[in-house]
Design a protein around this ligand. Structure first.
Ligand code: SF4
Ligand code: SF4
Length: 306
C-alpha cells in the first residue's frame, strides 16, 4: 500500500473542502447572512503574508493574528523540512499532488544537470526577491502596517477570486505550466515555486538523506526512474540535492537488497507520521488560539464589499 499517495490524496481533499467552505463563506457575507468561521486552511496559500508574519514574530515576538493559520502552516512546513526533508511538498501540498499526478501522464524531456540548474534558478530568484524585500528592507513598522492593511486582510478572498474567476492571462499562464508539466516532470515544484525553493534549502539540514551503495548497485536505473523530481539517484553516492522531497520512492523501487538506504527506520511509514504531525499541529494551533483570525466577519465583509 502506498501510504504517501493516500496521505497526499487526504490533504488534497481537505484543501478542496476548505476551498468549497470558503466559497460559501464569501457568498454568505455577500448576502448578509451568518457566514460562520472562515476556514483557516485557506491562509496556507498566502506565503508572502506568512513570511511577513514570520519576520514580525522574530523581531517583536508577536504572532500575526490577521492570518494566524497561514503563519502556523508556514512555520510547520519549514520545521518539517529541516527534519524530514521536503516532506511538506511530497505529502501535504495540494499543488505538489496535482503537479505529480499530471507529471505521471508523461515525462518526455529529461534535463541535463546544467539545463536544470539554469531553469531552477527562476524559483530561487523569486525567493531572493521576496526575501530581500521583506526580511531585509521592510522594518517592523512597515510589516505591521502591511499585515493590518485591507489589502492583506482579504488577500485570501482575492486568491480565491484568482482561481474561481481567472483572467485570460492567468488561464494562458496556467495552460503553459500544464503543457510544460506534460513534457517535463513537476515543472511547478521544481522550477517555479519559491515556497518549495525555501523548503528545499532548509531541507539540506535534514539527516535523512538517501544513500546509494556503489558496490551493491547494478546501475539498473529503477531508483532514478521512480523519482518524481528526476534526480539521478543511480549516479549519486548520497542525495544532497535540495530538490529531494524525502518521498523515498527511489528506495521503495530499489532492485537490490542493499543498494539504497535511508537512515530512518520504517521510512515507508513516514507518510503516517507526517499526517499525524500535521493534524497534531492543527489541533495545537486550533485550541491554542493560533488558527482562527482575529478579523471579525463584519470587518472582513466591509472591506470585501464596500
Ligand atoms: S531522490 Fe528519492 S527521496 Fe528524493 S525525491 Fe527522488 S525519489 Fe524522493
Ligand atoms: S535501484 Fe539500486 S541497483 Fe538499480 S540503479 Fe538504483 S541503486 Fe543501483
Amino acid at each position: 500500500m502506498n501510504f504517501r499517495k493516500i496521505v497526499q490524496g487526504f490533504f488534497f481533499s481537505i484543501t478542496l473542502l476548505a476551498g468549497i467552505r470558503f466559497i460559501f463563506y464569501i457568498s454568505a457575507l455577500k448576502q448578509g447572512l451568518d457566514a460562520g468561521l472562515k476556514p483557516g486552511l485557506i491562509e496556507g496559500f498566502l506565503p508572502i503574508s506568512a513570511l511577513m508574519g514570520l519576520k514580525q514574530l522574530l523581531v517583536t515576538g508577536e504572532w500575526d493574528m490577521i492570518h494566524p493559520a497561514g503563519l502556523t502552516i508556514f512555520l510547520m512546513a519549514i520545521i518539517m523540512s529541516a527534519v524530514f526533508k521536503k516532506s511538506f511538498c511530497s505529502h501535504v501540498c495540494p499543488l505538489g499532488f496535482v503537479s505529480e499526478t499530471v507529471s505521471r501522464l508523461s515525462r518526455k524531456i529529461k534535463l541535463k544537470r546544467w539545463q536544470f540548474a539554469i531553469l531552477a534558478s527562476i524559483k530561487y530568484l523569486i525567493l531572493a526577491f521576496f526575501s530581500y524585500g521583506i526580511l531585509v528592507q521592510m522594518n517592523p513598522g512597515a510589516i505591521a502596517s502591511f499585515l493590518h492593511s485591507p489589502f492583506n486582510i482579504v488577500a485570501d478572498a482575492r486568491m480565491l477570486h484568482f482561481f474561481t474567476s481567472p483572467s485570460r492571462t492567468t488561464l494562458i499562464v496556467l495552460a503553459i505550466v500544464l503543457f510544460c508539466t506534460l513534457l517535463l516532470r513537476n515543472v511547478w515544484c521544481r522550477l517555479l515555486c519559491p515556497y518549495g525553493a525555501l523548503l528545499g534549502l532548509v531541507s539540506t539540514l535534514s539527516p535523512f538523506r538517501v544513500r546509494r551503495s556503489p558496490q551493491n548497485c547494478t546501475g539498473c536505473g529503477a531508483c532514478s526512474a521512480a523519482c518524481p523530481n528526476d534526480i539521478e539517484v543511480e549516479k549519486r553516492g548520497t542525495v544532497y540535492s535540495p530538490e529531494c522531497m524525502g518521498c523515498y520512492e527511489c528506495v521503495k523501487a530499489k532492485t537490490q537488497a542493499d543498494c539504497l538506504s535511508v537512515p530512518l527506520p520504517h521510512y515507508d511509514k513516514l507518510p503516517l507520521l507526517i499526517a499525524g504531525v500535521v493534524l497534531g499541529v492543527f489541533l495545537l494551533a486550533y485550541f491554542g488560539g493560533y488558527w482562527d483570525s482575529s478579523v471579525t466577519n463584519a470587518v472582513y465583509g466591509k472591506i470585501l464589499l464596500p
